[in-house]
Ligand binder design. Structure first.
Ligand SMILES: Cc1cc2nc3c(=O)[nH]c(=O)nc-3n(C[C@H](O)[C@H](O)[C@H](O)COP(=O)(O)OP(=O)(O)OC[C@H]3O[C@@H](n4cnc5c(N)ncnc54)[C@H](O)[C@@H]3O)c2cc1C
Length: 395
């Protein structure tokens, strides 16, 4: 049996179906080659056509239950879809949040909120892919956020600022974390609540979005709130429990980001191998030299180990088994492996690694993000040290 066809360790997914989905995603991605991504990267533009194609194919609704118009296919399938996008040289950052941000609504929303929004999100008619958590003054310490939501009759008034709110200009809804009670040092995670903000109504009426230019094409922004009024009915779940609701969504996000890094690993290894076989220097392919060949082989070995971790975490998630440790380890190992693979690939290409037309420098910049966002490596290590290994809390 071909090693690549070995069943993925998820009891909920038929390997043949998974392979069909992977193959269909690969075909779709072929319509969006390196030149497409390169041009967008130059213009710092959003991949609208790609996102449309992925939406129309139904890939962004795989985590939404069938009763709400999704396909209920689960996280293993979602991970495979994103992995294939990255392995094909693309970047799923423009759309991955449409897959999983709705998880908070699905788990904690009222029946009425779910009926209203989930079918629209599943069909792609409404985009819920802006996630407003990080603030300039709080950084990684989410409990220190200062954006407030003050209740006044039937509305909440939002004041404050978010930073790094990605895709805000390409989203209809934002999942917002805001403070509904003042900070209590004895109960740091209390007093935060989650809201759905309809950005179509909010922009210009108390919400302002300012793009941030970054080293990669990521459509990220800062968002300012000045007495923005939102209906009280847009709060998700109970007031004051928002921190817990946001945490609940993090395992899925980490596993999916890890799958993207795995796709990047595959792309870098394949690109480096092809170039090492073609490029002739001193009368022989550079890949004949162990100094070039071995780093490629090492990255391949690392990416195969990462694959096991990513799909193990996804299988646990799909089975409803706690997977915090596995999700975090998958994200940690995958983001480091993809960065080493990026460095290896660039080195293999010599000077051409820096030339835009090879796409290596673009993918190199893109994959670096994942050691910082959505959670930085140190915070994962702190989680493992404290919660898995039982060592003292380090922060
Ligand atoms: C392109 C991009 C897109 C993003 N998209 C979103 C988004 O859509 N929504 C959103 O809410 N956020 C988003 N983020 C924010 C992202 O989640 C944060 O940047 C990330 O969590 C790190 O927070 P910070 O930048 O504030 O770093 P800081 O918290 O300032 O930390 C800086 C460095 O110090 C380290 N550090 C801090 N405290 C400790 C400690 N106690 N022990 C050890 N090390 C520590 C960190 O690991 C990090 O390396 C995005 C960020 C980027 C760059």
């Amino acid at each position: 049996m071909d090693k690549d066809k070995l069943p993925i360790e998820s009891p909920s997914v038929d390997p043949a179906v998974l392979e069909q989905i992977r193959s269909a995603v690969r075909d779709l991605c072929k319509r969006f080659p390196g030149a497409y991504w390169r041009e967008l990267d130059r213009q710092k533009a959003y991949p609208t056509l790609f996102v449309q194609a992925m939406t129309e194919a139904g890939y962004l609704g795989v985590l939404i239950p069938e009763e709400f118009g999704g396909s209920s296919l689960g996280l293993t399938v979602a991970a495979a879809i994103l992995e294939e996008v990255h392995a094909g040289g693309g970047n799923a950052a423009a759309l991955h949040a449409q897959m999983y941000t709705m998880g908070t609504l699905l788990r904690h929303g009222s029946p009425e909120q779910k009926r209203r929004w989930l079918p629209e999100i599943a069909a792609g008619r409404v985009r819920l892919q802006a996630f407003g958590v990080t603030e300039p003054g709080a950084g990684t310490d989410t409990t220190a956020i200062r954006t407030t939501a003050a209740r006044s009759g039937d509305v909440y008034r939002i004041n404050g600022q978010k930073i790094w709110t990605s895709r805000a200009e390409h989203s209809d809804l934002m999942l917002l974390l805001a403070r509904t009670a003042s900070f209590d040092p004895g109960k740091k995670t209390a007093g935060l609540s989650v809201f759905l903000v309809d950005m179509r109504e909010a922009v210009g009426r108390g919400m302002e979005i300012r793009p941030i230019r970054t080293m990669l094409n990521h459509a990220t922004t800062e968002v300012f709130f000045d007495n923005l009024e939102i209906p009280a009915g847009n709060r998700i779940g109970e007031e004051g429990r928002g921190f817990r609701y946001i945490l609940d969504g993090m395992n899925a996000e980490r596993i999916l980001i890890a799958a993207e890094c795995l796709g990047d690993c595959r792309w870098f290894v394949a690109k480096a191998r092809d170039y090492a076989c073609e490029r002739v220097v001193f009368g022989r392919p550079i890949g004949q030299n162990q100094g070039v060949q071995f780093p490629i082989a090492r990255s391949y070995a690392e990416s195969e180990a990462v694959r096991l971790m990513v799909y193990r975490a996804a299988a646990l998630y799909d089975s409803g088994i706690p997977c915090g440790a596995e999700a975090n380890m998958a994200k940690l190992l995958a983001s480091e492996a993809s960065w080493r693979a990026a460095d290896m690939c660039l080195q293999t290409h010599g000077g051409f690694g820096f030339a835009e037309e090879f796409d290596v420098e673009r993918k190199f910049r893109e994959t670096r993000l994942y050691q910082v966002a959505p959670v930085s490596t140190n915070l994962i290590l702190a989680y493992l040290g404290e919660h898995v290994l039982g060592m003292p809390r380090s922060y």
